[in-house]
Each structure stands twice: as structure tokens, then as C-alpha cells.
Design a protein around this ligand. Structure first.
Ligand SMILES: [Zn+2]
Length: 511
């Protein structure tokens, strides 16, 4: 179908060239808008059961990478890795861990303490791990200056998961950073209290799913764990502490950590797998090398086979999240490559990247930011595309990243010129850290996610609270693709603008 659309359109162009050079030039500039059916045809492939939900490191990854690279190449894109030894695919070394078993026992004053084991979830770093010792309750783990409040070398640490707020203190490290600090300081096991308000069942299921990390960032204590509230209380009572008093005293920046005279014995087993997944990167070379680059990115990965054998539907197909975004990357590349092939190349190189392991913490995007294929200061704009098949045709354009990088006015003007209305509030910024563009923005790249999906929060929430990350995120006749086609056309215009030296020529950063 794609080949047909392309051939038919090309033959129309050829006829126009014979008929009138002016009409031909116009046709080159303005090919037919990207249609819903073009977007649908790519989603149908990427979200099909044959692609097995596109989990990193599976057969689904191989099929996905192959489809993306071959389709881009068929349009005339070249490899964008800028590495002739590794065309198209940038390896992203990952470590995946799945917990398999755990054992927990406790002894207080010579007597075994009955801890409810279903209230403890442990995850070990190695195939087997064991840590024994008296836990030190560190409160939030930090002093008012943000440094650790205890010597934790070799210890079992028990820490509150809530964010510390000491009177008069500056911003203190968040939970993840505090866990890292404890591991870096040599803690053998880091146990945290279950976050307030979190469903214990959901938390357990999430932890049982395992974790994935970049091999380059694979640090941590031997054992990590979460304790349900009643287990934390039982430990404190066994140490003759009032749980309420101990937790209240930790709210004070002068809190002194307390060693609980209870011997904990923690053991874990896990399946640990190191493997390389890949970002796939294509390039539409510009006419003016050295004039900077534009990157359009979206994540290709999803959760794969996400239900156990007895489930009726085992595959999380990720049709909206994010086969729809990849479909937009494909159609946008096709339109731009077609214009370039017809003699109207853009000034700047345009990169198209499908990232891996976004669902596991933006890992592919972080890897790219650490190992960019062009220096990051040459990437003038990053346009991320995620979860586009939500809004109907004509939805206003919202911006994740509004007010963050001076691009608002340009995007608004391009959107209005394309016949869209603009949603100028900053509601969409609630998602700024939850999307791949964040990994680049964190390193100073001007990064935005523009589109209709983030303009109607009620519509977005309706998706997030139902089929999102479930086997039901499938392509159906009812999948709204009007907004996705709109957003695809918008991105053709945005890339044309940002890749044009005359239209967009920002002063180099640092000036
Ligand atoms: Zn997702």
C-alpha cells in the first residue's frame, strides 16, 4: 500500500512537470497531506501480533528495527548512525533483572520474629544475593545540606520513601537519588517504606516485572527492597521503638540514625540478562552540511508479551503508545524525502530516530544523549512524537516544553499557518519528564513535543486510565487517527521550518 501511494503520487508529479513547471514546483513544495490511512497502515504493521509488542531484546525488536530501517531506506533515507561499521542501528547495552525468589527472616533478642513475607518485596543485583545485619533506620537518609546522614558501608539501610522537607533547607535529593547515594556509599541493602497512597498490589506487580537499566549506569546495592507499612512497624516495635515517634523524629534535619537491634537475613535470586537493544537512526542529508541538524524521534519499544500463558490476550501491542508515533515518523520522512528527491532538499540534515527502552525509563534516549551521532550542540531542535492517536481531527496543538526553550512562538506560527488552533497553556508540561525529549533537554538540546494529544487532558486521562500499557492498546476501527494525521502534517511543516537556514537560524548556544 505504501509503495502504491508513493508511486501514484510520483507519477502525478511527473505529469505535472510535463504540464507546467510552476505547478510542478508547487506540487514539490506541497505534496498531498498525510492521510489517516497512511498512518493506519504503519500502525497496523507495528502493532500487529507478529511484532509481539516490540519488547527490547526479543524477536519483536528485530522485526521492528527491520521494518523501520527498510521503510526509511525505501524512501531514500540513509543510515544516520554516522558510523559505517554500524549502519542504521545504534547498540544500547542494557541489563535486565527479573526477581525469581526471596527469603526474609528476622531475629530480635534471640527470638525469631514473624514478619509477614508478603509485605516485603526484594530485588537482588546478582543471580543470587544474601545480606545479613541489623538495619539502620536513616529517616530520609540525608541532612539539611543534602549529604548522607549516616555511615552505611556494608549495612542494611531502612529509609523513608517520602520526599524530605526540612524547615529552611534547599531542595533535597529525591528518592531515586537518595537510593543511589546510599548504594554509592556502600550500603549492602537499601530497604524503603512503601510510598504513601501506593497500592501494595500494584507496587508488587511492578517490582515483580523486574527492572532494566543502561549497562553504563548499572550501579546499586546488592539488594533493594520495599516494606509494607505493617512490616516497617513490626521491625520498629521489635526494636522497642514507637513507629510513630521514630518516623516523626525523622522529620527534623538534626535526626540521628538509629540502629535497630533486629538481625535481618535477606536472600534473593534473580534472572540477570545483559544484552544490547538498539536505537534505529535514519538521515535525510541536507544540502548544506555543517549548518546543524534537526532530529525527529519517537520510541519504538513497548511491553511485549505482558501477560501470563493463561491470559486470553498476552500481547501489549502498544498501538497508540507508540506505534502511532513511529507511524508519524515514517510518514513525515516519506514526505520530506520525496521533496528532497524531487529537487527541493532541506538545508540541514534531518535525523529520524526510533529509540529503545523508553518504557523502562527513557533508556535509549539517555544512551543517545551520552553517545550522540552528531555533537549535541549541532542539534538545533529535537521533536519528540509519542502517543499521537488520541485526539480527533482539528484538535488544538499543545506543547510539552512550552516556555522552556524559546520555541513556542515558532511552533505556534507554524501550527496556525497549517490551519491548526493553539493551546497556549502549560498543562502539557506535566509530561515533560515522562518523554524521550527530556533526555536531550537535560543536556541542553531545545526539545519539544507538539501535538493534539496533550491539549485535552480529559481525553488523555481517559486513555491513561484505561487501555494505556494494557493488552487493549490495539489498533481498531475506532482508533482516532484524525489528530495523528494532523500531527504528522504539522511535523512536515515544523521540520521544513527548522531545517531551513533562512527561516530558522538561532545564535549558537553560549553567545
Ligand atoms: Zn508507554
Amino acid at each position: 500500500m505504501i509503495t502504491c501511494i508513493r508511486r501514484c503520487a510520483l507519477s502525478v508529479l511527473a505529469l505535472a512537470a510535463v504540464a507546467s513547471p510552476v505547478a510542478a514546483a508547487m506540487a514539490q513544495d506541497r505534496p498531498a497531506p498525510i492521510s489517516e490511512s497512511e498512518v493506519r497502515s504503519h500502525i497496523a504493521v507495528l502493532a500487529s501480533d507478529e511484532f509481539e509488542g516490540r519488547a527490547p531484546g526479543t524477536a519483536g525488536e528485530t522485526r521492528t528495527l527491520d521494518y523501520l530501517a527498510k521503510t526509511w531506506a525505501s524512501y531514500g533515507l540513509v543510515s544516520g548512525t554516522n558510523d559505517t561499521t554500524r549502519p542504521w542501528f545504534q547498540p544500547v547495552p542494557l541489563v535486565e533483572r527479573k526477581p525469581y525468589g526471596q527469603a526474609v527472616s528476622a531475629v530480635a533478642r534471640g527470638k525469631a520474629l514473624a514478619l509477614k513475607e508478603d509485605g516485603v518485596v526484594l530485588a537482588g543485583r546478582n543471580p543470587t544475593d544474601r545480606v545479613t545485619g541489623e538495619p539502620v533506620f536513616v529517616g530520609f537518609g540525608v541532612k539539611a545540606d543534602g549529604t548522607l546522614n549516616a555511615d552505611v558501608q556494608g549495612r542494611v539501610v531502612l529509609m523513608l520513601s517520602a520526599e524530605p522537607k526540612f524547615a529552611g533547607a534547599a531542595k533535597l535529593p529525591n528518592l531515586r537519588d537518595r537510593q543511589k547515594m546510599l548504594a554509592d556509599a556502600g550500603a549492602a541493602a537499601v530497604l524503603i517504606t512503601a510510598p504513601e497512597g501506593a497500592s501494595w498490589g500494584a507496587l508488587r506487580a511492578q517490582l515483580a516485572n523486574g527492572s532494566m537499566r543502561l549497562a553504563s549506569d548499572d550501579k546499586g546495592a546488592k539488594i533493594g527492597g520495599v516494606l509494607r507499612g505493617d512490616v516497617t512497624q513490626a521491625l520498629m516495635r521489635a526494636a522497642r521503638l514507637s513507629p510513630d515517634d521514630a518516623i516523626a523524629s525523622a522529620q527534623d534535619a538534626a535526626f540521628a540514625p538509629i540502629i535497630l537491634p533486629v538481625t535481618l537475613d535477606l536472600a534473593t535470586s534473580a534472572l540477570v540478562r545483559a544484552f544490547a537493544s538498539h536505537n534505529v537512526i535514519g538521515k535525510l542529508p541536507g544540502a548544506r552540511p555543517g549548518s546543524g541538524a534537526v532530529i525527529v524521534l519517537g520510541h519504538w519499544d513497548h511491553f511485549g508479551i505482558c501477560r501470563s500463558e493463561e491470559a486470553e490476550d498476552r500481547i501489549c501491542n502498544g498501538a497508540v503508545d507508540n506505534a502511532s508515533g513511529m507511524a508519524v515518523l515514517l510518514t513525515v520522512a516519506e514526505r520530506l524525502a520525496r521533496s528532497a528527491g524531487a529537487g527541493a532538499p532541506l538545508d540541514r540534515d534531518v535525523y529520524f530516530m526510533g529509540t529503545t527502552a523508553e518504557e523502562r525509563g527513557l533508556l535509549g534516549a539517555y544512551h543517545f544523549a551520552d553517545n550522540p551521532v552528531v555533537p549535541l550542540d549541532q542539534i538545533l531542535v529535537a521533536l519528540n512524537i509519542d502517543t499521537v492517536a488520541i485526539a480527533p481531527k482539528g484538535a488544538p496543538v499543545a506543547l510539552v516544553g512550552r516556555g522552556e526553550n524559546g520555541l513556542d512562538e515558532i511552533v505556534d506560527q507554524v501550527a496556525i499557518a497549517a490551519g491548526r488552533t493553539v493551546d497556549s497553556d502549560t498543562e502539557a508540561n506535566a509530561f515533560i519528564r515522562r518523554q524521550d525529549g527530556w533526555a536531550l533537554a537535560a543536556k541542553g538540546v531545545k526539545s519539544i513535543m507538539a501535538g493534539g494529544s496533550f491539549s485535552d487532558m480529559a481525553l488523555l486521562q481517559a486513555f491513561l486510565t484505561t487501555v494505556y500499557h494494557q493488552p487493549d492498546d490495539e489498533l481498531t476501527d475506532a482508533t482516532p487517527l484524525g489528530g495523528a494525521a494532523d500531527d504528522a502534517n504539522l511535523h512536515v511543516d515544523l521540520v521544513r521550518h527548522f531545517a531551513d537556514e533562512a527561516k530558522y537560524n538561532p545564535a549558537p548556544t553560549g553567545d
